[in-house]
Design a protein around this ligand. Structure first.
Ligand code: FAD
Ligand code: NAD
Length: 396
């Protein structure tokens, strides 16, 4: 009989914390670990809004998997997963042969939630991965290059961001830094550019602390952001968006940040999901499939008040860290431990040197919050690749 086969899908927060934890402690004769990812690199999803706006070099966000994986302990397969064949215990890949598993860790992240809004998938842009944000950045630069206010045209250059959750707010925070640079570069008066952030709920960042929300709104409005709250986008066309009530806003760049759902491969496999996410058990397993673990954005966990935790990198990281220990325990005939999320708080950046958020229960604002947020980014590099990766990223 061969070694037990552990297959980890996805080199994001959850998948890499599982693999890094396993490779630190696994003995070679204990299991065969394979990591599958569509790119030969990891991208830091929590910073994608910055290269999307053009305020950060995309290379900062990219980490080659060579710098993370120990090839003696983990086999890396670069491929796109196309199907989970739960019955035959294998995953199908776009290029390679089907990959059999004894234990599967599903950590492929999320997909944009479009709520069936007409035209969104075809006409809007999404902050999803490094290739996607390069397209957004290029599109924006193209709009500034092509805009000719001297022609006597009074049409403003409109940029629409759909959704004022954390992704929307953080992206808008970067744009208010980038737009003045682009205006200066192309000789466009700044008042010709409108940055409109549209939110369906009665407030931006619904459910978040009111003082912190007020701080963010005031800061961003002073920098020129127009918020339209209580106005769901109902349609997206090549010309712009249509809001509830019929108002139309012309825009050649609509970026949708209206939420996420679980990865489509789970529901396609026949596993029960809620908006694509699997309600996992205390050990992060799929109910009825004890050899399949789902972690990160495709997992669903409820808090003590029976409300779902939001899908975050913090959650995915903690899940991956515990799962690595539990898989080792399983291999060695030990007991698995139950997962319990411990929130360290929430920090949202509002651009280069400003942020706001909660650290534990303490509210932090401005430069202090920004410093803490950047320290948090560095902590992630440390968890991934130790001090050498952290110092390498500090040099940017
Ligand atoms: P991911 O990190 O998305 O990784 C999934 C991996 O799977 C990717 O490498 C992807 O390429 C790969 N993959 C996907 N499909 C396939 C396939 N079919 N085949 C092969 N490979 C595939 N959370 C926080 O806690 N704090 C923050 O500050 C924060 N900021 C954010 C800012 C932005 C702009 C965004 C978009 C999100 C932010 N989040 C933040 C949320 C956080 O990024 C996610 O919750 C987190 O990335 C989820 O981790 P994951 O491991 O589930 O998936
Ligand atoms: P989200 O679900 O948190 O926010 C989406 C927003 O879009 C909501 O406010 C929603 O009301 C709005 N919306 C939905 N339909 C709309 C419509 N038709 N028209 C206008 N607005 C509409 O999604 P997100 O911001 O992409 O975040 C995804 C996850 O990532 C969340 O769990 C979030 O907490 C996490 N995240 C965390 C951070 C951070 O901690 N700094 C940053 C980014 C994302």
């Amino acid at each position: 009989m061969g070694l037990p086969k552990i297959v980890v899908l996805g080199a994001g927060y959850g998948g890499l914390m599982t693999v890094v934890g396993l490779q630190k402690q696994l003995n070679l004769e204990e299991a065969e670990v394979t990591l599958v990812n569509q790119n030969p690199y990891h991208y830091v999803t929590t910073k994608l809004h910055e290269p999307a706006a053009g305020t950060l070099d995309p290379e900062y966000v990219r980490v080659s998997l060579d710098e993370v994986i120990n090839p003696n302990k983990v086999k890396f397969v670069q491929d796109r997963v196309t199907k989970l064949d739960v019955e035959n215990k294998q995953v199908q890949l776009e290029q390679g042969d089907p990959l059999p598993y004894d234990t599967l860790v599903f950590a492929l992240g999320s997909a944009p939630e479009t709520f069936g809004i007409k035209g969104l998938l075809e006409n809007a842009y999404f902050i999803r991965n490094l290739d996607g944000v390069a397209v957004i950045r290029e599109r924006m630069e193209q709009l500034f290059t092509q805009y000719k206010p001297q022609d006597g045209s009074d049409e403003p250059l409109n940029i629409v961001v759909g959704g004022a959750g954390f992704t929307g707010i953080e992206y808008v925070g970067e744009l208010v830094d980038r737009i003045p640079e682009l205006c200066a570069q192309h000789g466009i008066p700044q008042e010709k550019v409108r940055l409109i952030n549209i939110e369906a709920a009665p407030t931006v960042l619904p459910g978040f602390d009111k003082d912190l929300v007020d701080y963010a709104v005031k800061y961003l409005e002073e920098k020129g952001v127009e918020f339209k709250i209580n106005t769901p986008i109902e349609e997206c066309t090549p010309e712009g968006v249509v809001l509830k009530g019929g108002e139309e806003i012309q825009s050649s760049l609509v970026v949708w940040t209206g939420g996420v759902r679980g990865h489509v491969l789970l529901e396609e496999s026949g596993i029960e999901t809620m908006r694509g996410r699997v309600k996992v058990d205390e050990y992060l397993r799929v109910p009825g499939h004890e050899n399949i673990f789902v972690i990160g954005d495709s997992s669903l966990i409820f808090n003590d008040q029976e409300r779902p935790y939001p899908p975050t990198a913090q959650m995915a990281t903690q899940q991956g860290q515990l799962l690595a220990k539990n898989l080792l325990a399983q291999l060695r005939g030990g007991e698995m431990k139950s997962f319990r999320f411990e929130s360290k708080g929430t920090l949202a950046s509002l651009g280069g040197s400003t942020a706001m958020g909660l650290v534990g229960t303490k509210k932090v604002y401005g430069k202090v919050a920004s410093f803490l947020k950047k320290a948090n980014d560095l902590r992630w590099f440390f968890l991934l690749g130790g001090v050498s990766l952290m110092f390498k990223k500090m040099k940017f």
